[in-house]
Write a protein that binds this ligand. Structure first.
Ligand code: CP
Length: 379
């Protein structure tokens, strides 16, 4: 249970993964080592989760995250249950996230979930008997994609330090981008190049907290052609139709960046192209033949890092080793009570009986963040 969240249950503490910063750098190193060991000798792990059940609760569409979690648990000798469409669950009848999790955590040993509302996994983590893994919450976080990305970078580049990473596309709503910046900001010598239209720029609080506040070199630009030659990693993202309030705005921005073989000619010979997938048309299919394109290898790594994560959370939760909120200041005493979060994607817009709370943003007096979705709030 996470400290200080009102309405939380008094159930036994378990280790969940909600934000990538819930894991220390050392723990991520260990997860990568375990994933490597599993890739080398999968048969050594084929019964590691015998008699354990993973529930996959996907309130939003997914191919990679849900199926790689299920494949991971099956590869560890465990079993899986769940739903891939919330309309076939009692969420359709109006059941809350809190109630759903309280029930499913009696049926499974570990839960991986995805929800369109930002902050939903935090609610889940406070009403569960078993570990919760955030498989993506709105445009907020996607920590297991980031673990996948880190394993990919370690394999493809041989290191996590001293890299120039270009993030291109939707940096505003891109949860994979937010979690990757959080994670990479902890490694020495990292430099970011943020490539987006003004309308989809990285939120100012995010940039202040994880880049400027840490003194990390960073530049923002609008042109992929201008930036591509200086990158070790180009991390492409999809412009996400489902996050736009206006279809017109989506149509105007959707083709802002398209990576083509011609643009790849401007890149270094050892640059790699990553993408969390799915892509729509931001990477031309002809780029797939370029050995620097590693997005399908990236998806492959996702299964093994998730196997390592399932093992870790199950092992630790059985031994009372919970370490919630490591490295992240959640729910301080000076949280501002009252108010209404203005983010239409916040879980507080749909979850019944949830007390609204805002924590100081730290950047200036009178600036707050929603405790659940982290959106800016001015009283
Ligand atoms: N990368 C990723 O989250 O893919 P899915 O949406 O298919 O799960």
């Amino acid at each position: 249970m996470r400290a200080g969240l009102e309405g939380a249950s008094d159930m036994e503490e378990v280790r969940s993964l909600i934000d990538i910063l819930d894991l220390s750098v050392e723990e991520i190193d260990q997860l990568i080592a375990t994933a490597d060991a599993i890739m080398e000798n999968p048969e050594d792990y084929q019964n590691a989760c015998q008699n354990k059940i993973l529930a996959t609760l996907f309130f939003e569409p997914s191919t990679r995250t849900r199926l790689s979690f299920e494949s991971a648990m099956l590869g560890l000798g465990g079993r899986v249950l769940g739903f891939s469409d919330s309309s076939s669950s009692s969420a359709r009848k109006g059941e809350s996230v809190a109630d759903t999790i309280a029930v499913v955590s009696a049926y499974a040993d570990i839960i991986a979930m995805r929800h369109p509302k930002e902050g939903a996994p935090l609610i889940a983590a406070n009403h569960t008997r078993v570990p919760i893994i955030n498989g993506g919450d709105g445009g907020h976080w996607h920590p297991t994609q980031t673990l996948t990305d880190l394993l990919t970078i370690r394999h493809e580049k041989g290191r996590l330090e001293g890299l120039t990473i270009g993030l291109c596309g939707d940096l505003k709503f891109g949860r994979t981008v937010h979690s990757l910046i959080e994670a990479m900001s902890r490694y020495d010598g990292v430099r970011f190049v943020l490539i987006s239209p003004q309308e989809l720029a990285l939120p100012a609080l995010e940039k202040a907290r994880y880049i400027d506040g840490k003194g990390i070199p960073c530049r923002e630009c609008r042109s992929l052609e201008e930036a591509i030659g200086e990158l070790d990693i180009l991390y492409m993202t999809r412009i996400q139709r489902e996050r736009f309030a206006s279809e017109e705005e989506y149509q105007r921005l959707k083709d802002s960046y398209i990576l083509t073989p011609e643009k790849m000619e401007l890149a270094r010979g050892d640059m790699i192209v990553m993408h969390p997938l799915p892509r729509v048309n931001e990477i031309a299919p002809q780029v797939d033949e370029d050995p620097r394109a590693c997005y399908f290898r990236q998806a492959y790594y996702g299964r093994y890092i998730r196997m390592a994560l399932i093992l870790k959370l199950l092992q630790e939760s059985g031994k009372g080793k919970a370490q919630p909120d490591k490295g992240r200041p959640h729910f301080p005493e000076n949280a501002l009570p009252g108010g209404v979060c203005k983010n239409p994607h916040c879980i507080t817009t749909t979850e019944q009986g949830l007390p609204q709370r805002f924590t100081p943003a730290g950047e200036g007096e009178g600036e707050y963040r929603c405790l659940y979705c982290e959106a800016e709030y001015t009283p």
